[in-house]
Every structure is written in C-alpha cells, then in structure tokens.
Design a protein. Structure first.
Lengths: 203, 203
C-alpha cells in the first residue's frame, strides 16, 4: 500500500456521470498525472486493436480492496480500498509475435529526463523482460517541445545502474539514442512506427 | 461497470490486518471464486520469475474509482469504486521470447467444462492474440479430480463459435486435446512444462 497520489486533507469526488462512459477507466486519480501522454497511448492502442496491428493494453491500476457493500439490485460498491505500488510497467501486449512491454512518462523539463520519474521495480521488471527475449522500452514525452521518444530499456537499465553518476538522462542523449515517434493524425502518437525502427536495429 | 460478484444485501469487511501483507492483492472478492487455482498459478509465476524462467503476471482487477479521501499523513483511501468488466484475460507475459496470454477457470463438474464460464470479450481477446502470433490458452482445473489442463485457444475459439451446438466441452475432449499439467512440489502447478509440449506441437 502506498501513499499515492500525494494530497492533503480533502475529499475528492468525481462525477457519477463519468462512471457511465467507457472513458472512466482513464479518469482515475492515478492516471491524471500523465493525462496527455496516457490518452494518446490509449488512443493508439485502440486504433491498433481495431485495425489488427497489435494487441497492447494498459494494465488496471492495482488496488487492495478492503470493504465491499452489496446494495440490492445494483452493482457491488467498493467502500474501502487503497492504491498498491505497481510491480510492473503500465503497458504490455503482442506485436507481430513479439512481446512488448513499456511505461510512459512525461516531463516538463527541457534539458533532461529525471530518473526519479522511474522506480526500482519498473527497471527490474524491464530487465526481466529483456532476459526473456521481450521488447522493453519507455516512451518519454517532453511536453514543452511536444516530442515523444521510444527509449530502449537496455540503455535505461545501464543508466539506472550508474545513477550515482547522473540522476537524469540529458535531452541530447535521448534524442541521440531514441526513436522519435512521428506525429500523425490518427493515431496522434503512432508509436509502432518508431518501434519498427527500433526492431529493425535489433535484428 | 458490472454487478460482480453477485451478492445480497450485506456488508463485507476484510480484516485491515490483511492489508499489511503482500498477499492482500489476492484477497479481492474478485479472486475468491477461483482461489485454489489462482493461488497455484500465482505461486508458479513467482517461482518462474525468481528462477528467470518466465515473466508472467496476473493483471490487477479493474475498478472504476469514483471517490478518494486523503487523510493527513496516511495513504490515500478509495471510498467509492466499482468493479469493471475486464476486457482481456487475467494473465500475460513473456516466456522464451514468446508472448503468453491465458485465463484460468475451475469447475466442479466431472463430465464437462461449461462454456458459460467464459465471456465473449475473453474469446475475442484470445483470437486477437493468436492473430498477432501470440500464444493463447486457458487453464482448466477439474477440482473433483484435481487435474489441470492447458487447452489451446484455437480449439476454444472454434468451440465458442459452435456453442449453439454444444454449450460445454466434454471432459473427454479436454483430455484428448489438452496438455495436462503435471503435479509437482514446487511449484505445485508447473504449467510451463505443459506449455512446452504445446509449443513443440506448434512448431
């Protein structure tokens, strides 16, 4: 259980109307931090699924359920639950027979990507994925430039181990070693195109 | 949002003590239905991860979060949430470079596995996985016999489409067309051994 997201003494209530729409799963507090990028990835994943290009889903936010109420004739209502620390990355799936696994992070920083945006367990998970022959990466979005990159997990893991030397990856290093995701109309973040470039470099 | 699990006018409260242990993620109401099999699979997945044999995780139960309270100095508390209908299967991951995707179902039936244990969206998801070159199946446990089988998604999908003819798969057909999971000590359900047989038949 983790104190996440941070907040102070207040009660938050999202409109009940939201629960009627399919979009609600994205309206968790958990996801609000990276709303822009996450929505773009969800949109791309929907597009890929509909067009039989890839099967990639965002994992649900893990919660520990403590109390549930069962009102008559209506949906079971969870009355007490807590956010758990995720043990993996947020996205995984299959693309042309390959196992794909990644996380997505935004930064408003213009010169570097701070490694504190990531957690030890995510890095360890990506290392495990690579050791099983999966494809691992993070999508980094520099919001000030509206630029998004696929940054390979292999580089990220090496930098994580050296983070006593550098606590961030410079923008220049990301531009040099990443695969920039081209902007397009539909989906707006067509990240499979950048992934294709990464995969062709791997083989 | 779904009325799930079924229940009548009552209030359920799981001990707060549970939230302190790592096991709590398995103590959701959602998982209680298939406790035995699910625990066995979780144990196997932990074993595979620790021994670098595979990276396979159970996905969190999807919930729609409506209300969150932020008490001072303690974890954010979800005060209102609802179970969502999962859009995929429960387990996925990577094994020797291959994308693995499955669901797990128990039955106390001795003569057949009723197809009503599955949902349309799970079948559709497995079909999407196969079309991307992933490995899809279900693990079926006959609790009365303490026998568990890997049943390939390709057969399941064909039978699902014919379900106007037969609303269940006979035990005999499962025995004939599945890969039985051998019982062992650690993990008790070593399903990768059965998966190896299935994979060698595929190639």
């Amino acid at each position: 259980m983790i104190n996440y997201p941070k907040g102070t003494h207040r009660q938050e209530k999202v409109s009940n109307a939201l629960t009627r729409s399919k979009k609600t799963q994205r309206v968790s507090l958990y996801s609000r931090r990276g709303m822009g990028l996450e929505d773009e990835i969800n949109q791309a994943n929907d597009y890929y699924l509909e067009n039989h290009l890839a099967v990639i889903h965002k994992k649900p936010t893990p919660v520990t359920i403590v109390g549930v109420d069962y009102p008559m004739r209506s949906a079971a209502k969870i009355t007490e639950a807590y956010f758990q620390k995720p043990s993996t990355t947020d996205y995984n799936g299959v693309y042309q027979g390959r196992y794909i696994d990644f996380d997505a992070k935004e930064t408003s920083n213009k010169t570097s990507f701070p490694l504190k945006n990531l957690h030890e367990h995510q890095i360890r998970h990506l290392a495990n994925v690579l050791s099983q022959g999966g494809i691992g990466f993070i999508i980094i979005k520099f919001t000030k430039f509206n630029e998004s990159y696929i940054y390979p997990a292999s580089r990220l893991i090496a930098q994580w181990q050296d983070r006593s030397q550098a606590r961030s990856i410079t923008y220049a290093a990301i531009v040099e070693h990443s695969y920039q995701i081209p902007t397009s109309l539909n989906p707006s973040l067509d990240y499979l195109r950048a992934l294709d470039s990464m995969l062709s470099d791997l083989t």
